[in-house]
Design a protein around this ligand. Structure first.
Ligand code: ATP
Ligand code: MG
Length: 335
């Protein structure tokens, strides 16, 4: 009989769970809490899992707890309580073993300033114990993939911020790894460098890499991530696929109305009587936006009132919210 290990959970008592080594999850975080000092709770009992071969997006506003989570998961920081398993192994007991199989690109840039780009990549490969021939091939691949050929003989401290970031990113891909953590990797990159990185990550995921990725940029999350967790003030407030998140908000639509020959703020009181349950905002001098779960009904009533009062409409558009709008709505409503 074939036993599927990840389904095998043995409880000895209510507090102890023995997880078999062939764990289904690459990352398994349970009840993780981090306090800085006595008062600052940076992570408030968060739990989530990431399956092998997936890209997990960790989204949240400034100070939400994203970097703290990455630091704990990469064994740079000790948790206050809770447990973290990476590759099925508990991080506080197997730190060294885990560090050998992961890559980390931290939020803060780092580079060897007086080394030329190509040399810096080669040296990093050497530090990881990669043989000469393999290093040569890998450095070439990365110089191409990150568009660094032209600057391969330039010293790091003579590079622009975006170029330095590209070198920092390329460098981490020099060694083989099973899991890569990226903390806001696209900051400082122009749109084409950003796309280049995301596509390179995708190509590595196809080869089996698992990725934990933090960002503020929703299009990136949508482009890259299989699953998303939204964290705010140390708590996870949503966990879903990008499409799943959108479906949850499906009922809520955004109506943009532009009027003619009249200032939007003068008709705001009328709009408010129709859409009293909804969020209404004046966008510009002659347009306003309504976020509503009853968009069809709201539009019908607005048309009737406008027609009675001879208010001319220049345009009406109705759309479902983007991931960015959902993110802002969630974070703002939990404040
Ligand atoms: N070393 C530290 N000592 C005390 N408090 C800290 C420390 N590092 C982070 N914090 C606090 O913990 C909270 C979470 O910080 P963290 O850096 O994890 O946020 P973040 O989500 O990465 O934010 P950002 O998007 O700005 O990078 C913040 O309130 C921050 O002030
Ligand atoms: Mg951070």
């Amino acid at each position: 009989m074939k036993i599927t290990y990840y389904k095998l959970k043995i409880f000895i008592d209510s507090n102890i769970l023995i997880t078999p080594p062939e764990n289904r999850y690459c990352i398994n975080v349970s009840d993780l809490r981090k306090e800085y000092g006595q008062k600052k709770i940076a992570l408030d009992r968060i739990s989530f899992t990431v399956e092998y071969g997936k890209v997990f997006g960790f989204l949240g506003p400034n100070g939400a707890g994203k970097s703290t989570t990455i630091k704990i998961l990469t064994t740079l920081l000790n948790p206050t309580s809770g447990s973290v398993h990476i590759f099925g192994k508990e991080i506080t007991k197997h730190g060294l073993e885990i560090r050998k199989r992961i890559g980390v690109i931290s939020q803060h840039p780092s580079s060897e300033n007086n080394l030329k780009v190509e040399k810096a990549l080669d040296l990093y490969g050497l530090l990881w114990g990669i043989g000469k021939q393999k290093r040569k091939e890998k450095v070439k691949e990365l110089l191409d993939a990150f568009d660094l050929q032209e600057i391969r003989n330039t010293k790091n401290d003579e590079l622009s911020i975006g170029q330095k970031r590209r070198v920092q990113l390329a460098r981490e891909f020099i060694h083989d790894m099973k899991l890569l953590f990226l903390d806001e990797p696209t900051i400082g990159l122009d749109p084409s460098a950003r796309r280049m990185l995301l596509d390179y990550i995708k190509s590595q995921v196809k080869k089996g890499l698992t990725v934990f990725f933090t960002t503020h940029i929703m299009e990136e999350a949508e482009y890259l991530c299989d699953e998303i967790a939204i964290i705010n003030k140390g708590k996870i407030i949503a966990f879903d696929t990008p499409n799943g998140l959108k479906h949850k908000y499906n009922g809520k639509n955004i109506i943009d109305i532009k009027v003619k020959d009249i200032a939007a703020k003068t008709i705001l009181p009328v709009i408010n009587t129709i859409a009293f349950d909804d969020q209404v905002e004046v966008d510009s001098e002659n347009s306003f936006q309504i976020k509503s779960f009853n968009s069809q009904q709201v539009i019908t009533q607005i048309m009737e009132i406008f027609s009675k009062n001879k208010i001319n409409i220049e345009s009406i558009t109705i759309k479902s919210p983007s991931l960015e709008e959902i993110f802002l709505d969630m974070v703002n409503n939990k404040k």
